[in-house]
Ligand binder design. Structure first.
Ligand SMILES: Cc1cc2nc3c(=O)[nH]c(=O)nc-3n(C[C@H](O)[C@H](O)[C@H](O)COP(=O)(O)O)c2cc1C
Length: 223
């Protein structure tokens, strides 16, 4: 469904899904406060779009506060638009990203997911592939627990969870982020460490893997 309010945004942000074409559409949905997870999302989108006939749609969620429902605009001042249920309905696969918050996903993303009961009831996401990614300050600050926690609601939705196989050589050689549960980034105590080559390659690999799987599964679902 086209969103006229997004006219003028870069392609990656404004691209609408078109069920008439044979394109495979992947939703990259994330929350990021300081930019690390947003950066990972762009690399994953790059991996997705390196696969023929696959497109990435970047979406985010608003921060939560006591007044969030009262005052948040529909469209943020910068960056990708806020996700809608249509985005989830229309996608062929999902990459879900969040900063680690005490070894768990961040509240704004959880808040968005907690409002997807209608999609759970209708089984909208069942059978679609999904993967997760995160960023932390510290190397052992709960990356895997965050990724596992993000998988739980996706499993309830019936999604097919994907990780990264050890055929990706960076999984063995990385000195910072990167796990078989999904790509990760170690951002450092002040969140200023740039994404490493290994972390970046694993983001791209995840995007490709998700896109290829969504394309294969999508063909089966649509035939
Ligand atoms: C409330 C809060 C809790 C956090 N909990 C953790 C944690 O458990 N482990 C960790 O390593 N980093 C933790 N962090 C740091 C963030 O996960 C880290 O800075 C991340 O890279 C931010 O991603 P962003 O730049 O996309 O917002 C926490 C930060 C905040 C504000």
């Amino acid at each position: 469904m086209a969103r006229p309010e997004l006219a003028g945004r870069p392609n990656l942000f404004s691209r609408s899904f078109n069920s008439v074409t044979a394109m495979t559409d992947l939703l990259v949905l994330y929350y990021s406060r300081h930019g690390s997870v947003a950066n990972m999302a762009r690399h994953i989108a790059h991996g997705i779009e390196s696969v023929r006939d696959c497109t990435a749609r970047l979406r985010t969620v608003p921060p939560v506060s006591a007044v969030c429902e009262a005052c948040e605009d529909d469209i943020p001042a910068a960056g990708p638009p806020y996700a809608s249920h249509d985005d989830l309905q229309e996608c062929d696969g999902l990459a879900l990203g969040s900063p680690t918050r005490f070894g768990n996903m961040a509240a704004p993303l959880k808040y968005f997911i907690d409002a997807t009961g209608d999609l759970w009831l209708s089984g909208t996401l069942a059978g679609k592939p999904a993967a997760v990614f995160t960023s932390t300050s510290s190397q052992h600050g709960g990356q895997e627990s965050t990724l596992l926690s993000m998988m739980l609601p996706l499993l309830h939705h019936g999604m097919i969870i994907m990780g990264l196989p050890y055929q990706e050589p960076e999984l063995m050689t990385t000195q910072s982020g990167g796990t078989p549960y999904g790509p990760t980034h170690v951002a450092g105590p002040d969140n200023k460490l740039p994404i490493s080559d290994h972390e970046k390659r694993l983001c791209i690999a995840l995007g490709k893997r998700l896109a290829l799987t969504a394309a294969m599964l999508g063909k089966g679902r649509k035939s």
